[in-house]
Design a binder for this molecule. Structure first.
Ligand code: SF4
Ligand code: SF4
Length: 222
């Protein structure tokens, strides 16, 4: 999922200050799972903003709405009326959702309420870890399902750097060495021979380094 964190209330307050009527728009998928922008967070933020403005003698009308996904037109449509009757939309979606909303409602200012962080998993309650940088050419089969591009500090593709201590990365002793994890996993899988597979230098053109990407599925286009 996309992992993000709600922006500090002071920053949000500064952003929304020029607007008298605000739609706070939540997203019911990734940001809901990571407690950054789902229905509950929309309600909490709406109350906090009302209180904050009232405490300073200011005024803001806040409307709340959460749609299933802000990155899909089918669901964005549900926000059309709310966007039209407010002077701005504060989107609590990831950066893709914010841009999808801005694209769809061209005449309404759309503001980001969440800092989008990474593609990751919920490791345990309250702890999210980055697992994939979307390189565009997945090699997880060779690495036993553990991505060194994302999880090795040096993005090494052909084995460890040799600096790992006690299974931890030499760059950050709080972080597991990705190559230790890969080797442990390959051992369990009986796939240690994978370590003999030479991985050539990565062609980063399939990643964001090659410029903005687009995926076109001709078979789905109507
Ligand atoms: S190899 Fe690329 S696509 Fe696969 S998990 Fe790593 S970064 Fe993501
Ligand atoms: S210690 Fe492990 S994770 Fe850290 S840079 Fe070296 S190989 Fe990569």
């Amino acid at each position: 999922m996309i992992v993000g964190e709600q922006k500090p209330i002071a920053e949000i307050k500064r952003m929304v200050a020029p607007y008298k009527k605000l739609l706070i728009l939540g997203c019911g998928t990734c940001v809901s799972t990571c407690f950054a922008g789902g229905k509950d967070e929309v309600a909490t933020l709406a109350s906090a903003l009302r209180l904050a403005f009232r405490a300073e003698g200011g005024e803001i009308e806040v409307e709340e709405l959460t749609v299933e996904r802000q990155c899909e037109n089918e669901f964005i449509q549900e926000a059309a009326a709310g966007a039209a009757r407010n002077s701005a939309v504060l989107s609590l979606a990831c950066g893709a959702g914010v841009q999808a909303i801005a694209r769809r409602f061209g005449r309404t200012p759309v503001l980001p309420g969440v800092n989008t962080s990474f593609i990751g998993v919920l490791e345990r309650q309250g702890v999210f870890t980055e697992e994939c940088i979307g390189c565009g050419n997945c090699e997880l089969a060779v690495f036993g399902g553990i991505c060194p591009i994302t999880r090795c500090s040096k993005k090494l593709l052909n084995g460890p750097c040799g600096g790992s201590q006690g299974g931890k990365c030499e760059i950050d002793p709080e972080t597991d060495c990705a190559w230790q994890l890969i080797i442990d996993r390959l051992r369990v899988l009986g796939q240690m021979d994978n370590l003999r597979t030479y991985i050539p230098p990565k062609d980063w053109r399939s990643s964001i380094s090659g410029g903005p990407r687009k995926l076109v599925r001709e078979d789905l286009i109507v």
